[in-house]
Design a protein. Sequence first.
Length: 103
Amino acid sequence: MSDQANTTPVTDPFRVLGLAVGAGEDEVRARYLELVKEFPPEQDPQKFRDIHQAYEAARDPLRIAVRLLGIQQATSKPWSEVINEQRAKPPRIPVNLLLSLGN
């Protein structure tokens, strides 16, 4: 049995790490190192696994983008599906703007 079968997805990595949602990269790394010292894998493997998953999730560029843009994820569509939807309906550019580009 693989290790991933025993893991649960991290829903709020900042809560697991004990940080505010707006915590920066340096704060996330510093807190992660503190928690790893407090809960080394030899003493508490499950807690360490949870902390590590939260750290990886907090560093995930897509999650950071969602947080910074303030996007509410009501559905859990794959990013590829969202991108394809946006390609299918490109933004409308006002005619005045298009004409001004030609001058």
